[in-house]
Design a protein around this ligand. Structure first.
Ligand SMILES: [Zn+2]
Length: 319
């Protein structure tokens, strides 16, 4: 009996399996190929993107470079600004300094152009002095009175009205006061004490009776050398004034009002400082009458009025 020799179909199965696996492989390969293609597309896409990014990056770099050069430029401008600011401050300080110099210069010019008249009244005082005080008050002008001892009430009034009481010795007696340094000093001290007792004031302004160079001194001392009198004055703390304008009111009795006024106004013409000699005695009424003309004329000439002081340039016949 013939045994069934039908064999199990291994070959077919293997072939089938092989075929299947081949088909699967082909399928996978195809799929992989598709993946490959997709990946390639992506790669190309990213490469494109990459190029774009590189381009953007280089552009950004360019912008950064531009900006940094602009920043450098701004820094230059900033430092220039500070430099200019410093120069501006410096210029402003210089401007202020110049302004001070300018004002000083203007002040000097003003002072240099200023004309000052010193009305000085010698001798007395007397009742006539009271009339003069009224006129001075009316014009609001202050004057210097070189007084001698006498009318105490008038001396007080001169002081009350703000005028300067200056020393012209107590006696005005040439024959006594110019005898020696001692008589000279004691005559000055006597008046000094009177003024102090009456007003509580002292002065350091003096005028020689007769002036420092009129010959009165020589008549008494026999010499025109007055050095010892000057030294005595310095010792006592006095400075002395003569005059550079003479009203001429002592050249006789009742010199006319117009002559006195014209004498003063003519001599003041062209002067910057005028120390004007007048007298204030009862016999000098025309001087009182001339006073308003003198004041108005001097104001017209551009003078202002002041009292003598140690700041006034000393007007002296002999220094
Ligand atoms: Zn006198």
């Amino acid at each position: 009996m013939k045994k069934s020799t039908r064999k199990f179909p291994f070959n077919k199965i293997i072939i089938t399996l092989l075929c299947i696996s081949l088909l699967v492989s082909i399928g996978f390969s195809f799929k992989i190929y598709n993946y490959y293609l997709d990946a390639n597309d992506l790669l190309q896409y990213f490469e494109g993107e990459n190029d774009l990014l590189r381009f953007s990056l280089s552009e950004a770099n360019g912008t950064v470079n531009d900006l940094s050069s602009e920043i450098d430029h701004s820094k230059d401008i900033e430092s220039q600004f500070y430099e200019y600011e410093y120069l501006y401050d410096e210029a402003q300080v210089k401007y202020e300094m110049l302004k001070i110099d300018y004002n000083l210069l203007e002040n000097y010019k003003f002072e240099a152009n200023k004309k000052i008249a010193y009305l000085t009244f010698d001798d007395g005082p007397s009742n006539e002095t009271l009339e003069m005080l009224k006129i001075l008050k009316q014009y609001d002008v202050k004057a210097t009175f070189f007084v001698n001892n006498g009318a105490n009430a008038v001396i007080k009034e001169i002081s009350n009205q703000g005028h300067l009481l200056a020393n012209h010795t107590s006696s005005h007696q040439y024959n006594n006061l110019y005898v020696s340094t001692e008589t000279f000093k004691s005559d000055i001290l006597k008046l000094q004490e009177t003024v102090y007792d009456l007003t509580g004031q002292t002065t350091n302004i003096f005028r020689f009776p007769g002036g420092s160079n009129t010959g009165y001194i020589k008549k008494v001392t026999g010499s025109s050398d007055i050095t010892h009198f000057k030294e005595a004055l310095t010792e006592m703390g006095y400075i002395y004034f003569d005059w550079n304008v003479d009203s001429g009111d002592a050249r006789g009795k009742n010199v006319s009002t117009s002559t006195i006024a014209n004498n003063v106004l003519d001599q003041c013409m062209g002067k910057r400082e005028a120390v004007i000699l007048m007298h204030t005695l009862d016999s000098k009424h025309t001087t009182t009458l001339a006073l308003p003309l003198i004041i108005e004329g001097l104001l017209e000439q551009g003078f202002s009025f002041a009292i003598l002081s140690n700041k006034t340039a000393p007007i002296r016949f002999i220094d």
